[in-house]
Design a protein around this ligand. Structure first.
Ligand SMILES: *[C@@H]1O[C@H](CO)[C@@H](O)[C@H](O)[C@H]1NC(C)=O
Ligand SMILES: *[C@@H]1O[C@H](CO)[C@@H](O)[C@H](O)[C@H]1NC(C)=O
Ligand SMILES: *[C@@H]1O[C@H](CO)[C@@H](O)[C@H](O)[C@H]1NC(C)=O
Ligand SMILES: *[C@@H]1O[C@H](CO)[C@@H](O)[C@H](O)[C@H]1NC(C)=O
Ligand SMILES: *[C@@H]1O[C@H](CO)[C@@H](O)[C@H](O)[C@H]1NC(C)=O
Length: 452
């Protein structure tokens, strides 16, 4: 009996110990969960930084690390979130926002600093994979220098000219901000490299090149140099765009028209360090202090490190009353007469003109007009420009029955805007004014039109 009791007693003790062990294990498990969660929150992969500015101290950048509530990040002049998702999604993400109460020049510079500081390592990788990999071979080095000189010369001319006219002229104001933002990226990039204690070579000319990737082909042709492999050079540009309106039937049976726009562009594998960018730059029309805000406030685009325009040329621009999407596909110039018109010191390169059009236009036609201003003939493209806000308006009208039946035929008409926009195909889905301005196809080739 006692033996049995003893056994019972022993198992009671054992049970007690094992429940202690279980208890401790449970606490450990909860702790592990808790710690794991903290760790996960600490490493959400979203890096944040803010650039502050005061007249006394100048620009100051504050890095907030990861795992911040977006709303809690101080605004400063410019703040940014950056997420490096190349390994999982193939794309990194960058969002930059500036404060409208600061002068545009300070917004632009701060936006550049915060981007350069957060993306410095990608800028470095991209540069090594593209320009530097190509240019370090000796016979090509000379040609690279020639191209770099041409780009720098163009920058000098337009930076000065734009700054002089930015007080009164909206176009030149945006061109000026374009160059200021790139200078800001250079400052941020250098800061990022120094902070990480690397000894990478930083050069602002490299940034001007990264910002002209889509137009250096034409400049090379003009300079009678070629930096690409001959075989690659001979390939046509592999890029296409697609626009379609379809009927979509919802669950309750109503049919709505949906507009789809798609674009693809091709490049070498080594150039595929990609960043999806969103700029919320609260610029004004001119640098005058009573100037109103620009109409294109949010610009999203598929882009590359160090470049403030897309280079693939895919944008969506959101304003108060418009949502414009832009898809560009490159055109090759086989017309020897037109090559005379290609000159990036006589006319403004593509990048600044795109930035001006994105910020200033509030409809597809004004976008085309601004892009055509001072056309340098480089980066020539066929542009498909669509206003998504317009299709919603048409939709609303047709659901009210305001659109008459005869307007349902699709009509394609062709007209010409100004001399250097050779063909402008306006696709309308009705013969009246309702759907005018829905989409525009612009073929841009080198042509004489100078704002100077
Ligand atoms: C272009 O360069 C090639 C050699 O690379 C040369 O043979 C040719 O004469 C040059 N053409 C012009 C117009 O300078
Ligand atoms: C879309 O629906 C309309 C009627 O609402 C019809 O006339 C038209 O043919 C349809 N289009 C397509 C592509 O199915
Ligand atoms: C705008 O500029 C004028 C003249 O330069 C100046 O007198 C005025 O105080 C400025 N206003 C603001 C709000 O900065
Ligand atoms: C480009 O334009 C500039 C300024 O008008 C001029 O000085 C230069 O000679 C032109 N270059 C070429 C290659 O035509
Ligand atoms: C487009 O915008 C410009 C500039 O704001 C304006 O002059 C023009 O009338 C607009 N065009 C259309 C079709 O709305």
């Amino acid at each position: 009996m006692s033996k049995i009791l003893k056994v019972v007693g022993a198992s009671w003790l054992q049970t007690k110990i094992s429940s202690y062990v279980l208890g401790i294990l449970g606490v450990l498990a909860i702790l592990a969960l808790f710690v794991g969660q903290i760790e996960r929150i600490q490493e959400d992969g979203n890096y944040a930084a803010t650039v502050f500015y005061s007249e006394k101290t100048g620009y100051r950048i504050e890095y907030w690390g990861q795992s911040n509530e977006l709303a809690d990040i101080p605004k400063g002049v410019a703040r940014a979130y950056f997420r490096m998702d190349i390994d999982t999604k193939g794309w990194s993400l960058l969002e930059v926002e500036t404060d409208a109460s600061y002068p545009d020049e300070i917004q632009a510079y701060a936006a550049g600093i915060v981007e350069g500081a957060l993306t410095w390592s990608l800028i470095h990788n991209h540069l090594e994979n593209t320009i530097r990999a190509r240019c370090e071979r000796t016979p090509i080095k000379k040609q690279c220098n020639k191209l770099q000189d041409a780009l720098d010369k163009s920058v000098d001319v337009w930076k000065t000219h734009a700054a002089e006219n930015s007080g009164v002229n909206p176009f030149w104001h945006q061109v000026s901000l374009y160059y200021i933002q790139i200078s800001g990226i250079f400052t941020g990039w250098k800061h990022g490299v120094e902070r990480s204690q690397n000894e990478y070579d930083t050069d602002i000319s490299d940034l001007f090149w990264l910002n002209a990737m889509g137009e250096v082909k034409e400049i090379q042709h003009k300079l009678n140099i070629s930096l690409d492999d001959v075989a690659i050079d001979a390939l046509p540009d592999l890029s296409s765009a697609f626009l379609r309106i379809i009927n979509e039937t919802s669950n309750d049976g109503t049919i709505t028209k949906k507009l789809y726009l798609a674009q693809n562009s091709a490049g070498s594998y080594t150039s595929m360090t990609r960043i999806l960018k969103r700029y919320k730059l609260n610029y004004h029309e001119t640098s005058g202090n009573t100037s109103s805000l620009v109409s294109g406030r949010i610009v999203d685009f598929s882009g590359y490190p160090g470049s403030i325009t897309s280079q693939d040329e895919y944008y969506t621009i959101t304003g108060n009353d418009h949502t414009i999407a832009v898809a560009g596909t490159p055109l090759k110039n086989y017309n020897s007469k037109l090559w005379k018109e290609v000159n990036i010191t006589h006319d403004v390169p593509l990048g600044p003109r795109i930035v001006a059009a994105n910020h200033l236009a509030n409809n597809v036609s004004s976008w085309a007009h601004i892009l055509a201003s001072s056309n340098s003939g480089t980066g020539s493209k066929q542009w498909l420009v669509v206003d998504f806000a317009r299709i919603d308006k048409i939709q609303a009208l047709s659901s009210q029955g305001t659109l008459s039946k005869q307007n349902k035929n699709d009509v394609i008409s062709e007209s010409s805007i100004i001399r250097d926009v050779k063909h402008t195909v306006i696709h309308t889905s009705g013969s009246d004014a309702h759907s005018k301005g829905l989409a525009l196809l612009i073929e841009q080739v080198p042509g004489p039109h100078s704002l100077r």
